[in-house]
Write a protein that binds this ligand. Structure first.
Ligand code: NDP
Length: 456
């Protein structure tokens, strides 16, 4: 039997090993989930709200403990891990406070004088297949609205963050949620796909790669179940000639380096109008060079390492292929040591159209910088990938910014700010970035049956 290992990517040390959830336990937990749903859906929404508030409190009260687990298992710096835990508490509070309003009935007056109403009812057990990059946030972004709506949840977390998976389950237990409302399964991909054949699972939400998304959506499609996919992105970060260049360049560093570049909504392609290109690049490179690499547990580290050595190796191949096709390496670009998750921040320029840096997602600290002659050329490059998650546009002319925003093919556009998620803003993509929306009112309505009741 293959054990599930918790490995510290900074040191390579195996911290803990876990037995996978066995078939008998899976069966018991599925049954418990289904049984619990029967009472949970009838639990007054005010009680569900109190429990969610309590979960937020537990997160805040144990912020350092959970943050350490995140940094230990996936290597992000401790300051960012603490911010992640706080953001999860924010999502719990948000849905505890707004959930009832979002789920309230809607009334429709018909042309014949009759009336109808829409009621939003939970579906049952929802499966969450989640990634390692924000191991707490990705799960709470799913769980807070989904449980508030009256569903029960089962988490299949990424195999490299089992301690986070179990810690999240414990948050809900300690908050007082009935035992079957939220459970973690330590299982592999094959077992996950099998779960989708089980009638007790009603729908699935996945955040991760296109490959994982396609596999899960196919399995759920085959079983006529709803899926929500939040996949990769290659977000453009457009800086026009009239922008505040200093602010844009400083924010660009954050947008690219947050989570050591391992974020679907990280700015990945920096598309800069030619008259401000040199100035932007100078500040961008300088600020990236000032960032301090160190142990993820150190308060003053700006970055540490990637989440796994294979991810670093894969990213290097993308850089190398892009360079072989003609991209220039302005900074970094060194080969990571075999089996080591460390990676040097890298800047690429002069990127050829057919290279990975142009068309693929670079899921790590590699910035691709493009020089363009006009705003229209910027939009054309921005839209020239298969992804469509987020985009950032920098201009002091907000009217023009809004017009350009409408031309971008993505689920969100941020003007004069980096793309960032927050509980009130619907989040999700188009094209190969996936479908469906998390967060906001749209997020809580993804896993409900919006039932039409005609009042004859
Ligand atoms: P994956 O997409 O493989 O993993 C995400 C989740 O999906 C994990 O829980 C994983 O489980 C599960 N999974 C993977 N394949 C399947 C499958 N066939 N059936 C069911 N579940 C599956 O991400 P990786 O860790 O391999 O990262 C690879 C790339 O994915 C990154 O470089 C990045 O491009 C993208 N990614 C995007 C994220 C985002 O936020 N949109 C987050 C993370 C990665 P297990 O860990 O057991 O394989």
């Amino acid at each position: 039997m293959t054990l599930i290992q918790s490995i510290n990517p900074w040191t390579g040390e195996v911290i803990k090993e876990f037995l996978p959830t066995g078939p008998k336990e899976i069966e018991e937990k599925l049954q418990l989930s289904q049984e619990t749903f029967k009472s949970w859906k009838k639990t007054p929404i005010s009680d569900r709200s109190k429990l969610l508030k309590a979960a937020g409190e537990i997160l805040r009260n144990n912020k350092n403990h959970f943050a350490r687990l995140i940094s230990l298992e996936m290597g992000k710096v401790i300051r960012e891990s603490r911010a992640e835990v706080e953001k999860c508490a924010w999502a719990c509070d948000f849905y505890a406070e707004e959930g009832e309003i979002f789920l309230s009935e809607e009334h429709i007056s018909l042309s014949d004088g009759k009336k109808a109403k829409l009621i939003h009812q939970p579906l049952g057990t929802i499966l969450a297949v989640m990634p390692w990059n924000f191991p707490f946030w990705q799960v709470f972004r799913f769980a807070a609205p989904t449980l508030m709506a009256g569903n029960t949840g089962i988490l299949k977390h990424a195999s490299n963050v089992p301690q986070c998976a179990l810690a999240i389950e414990s948050v809900f237990q300690e908050a007082g949620f009935p035992a079957g409302v939220f459970q973690s399964f330590l299982i592999d991909s094959t077992q996950t796909l099998k779960l989708l054949e089980d009638n007790r699972i009603k729908a699935v939400s996945l955040t991760g790669s296109e490959k994982a998304g396609a596999a899960v959506a196919s399995a759920s499609g085959k079983n006529i179940k709803k899926s929500l996919l939040e996949l990769g992105g290659s977000d453009p970060f457009i800086v026009l000639a009239d922008a505040d260049i200093e602010k844009a360049a400083e924010t660009a560093v954050k947008a690219r380096m947050v989570n050591f570049g391992q974020s679907c909504i990280a700015g990945k392609r920096f598309i800069i109008e030619e008259s401000v290109y040199d100035r932007f690049l100078e500040i961008f490179k300088e600020k990236i060079s000032q960032l301090k690499c160190g142990d993820p547990m150190n308060e003053d580290s700006d970055y540490a390492c990637m989440a796994r050595p294979d991810l670093a190796a894969e990213l290097y191949v993308q850089v190398q292929k892009s360079a072989a096709l003609g991209a220039k390496i302005l900074k970094g670009g060194h080969k990571p040591e075999d089996g080591i998750a460390k990676f040097q921040p890298t800047i690429l320029t002069d990127i050829p159209v057919n290279s990975p840096a142009f068309s693929e997602e670079l899921f790590g600290p590699v910035a691709s910088v493009f020089k363009v002659k006009s705003a229209q050329e910027a939009i054309q490059i921005a839209n020239s990938t298969e992804f469509g998650l987020g985009a950032s546009i920098w201009t002091t002319d907000l009217k023009r910014g809004e017009l350009l925003a409408s031309e971008i093919e993505s689920g969100a556009v941020f003007l004069n700010a980096m793309v960032a998620s927050q509980p009130a803003l619907p989040f999700g993509g188009i094209k190969k970035s996936g479908f469906g929306r998390e967060l906001g009112r749209q997020g809580i309505l993804e896993f409900v049956n919006t039932k039409t009741v005609y009042l004859g």
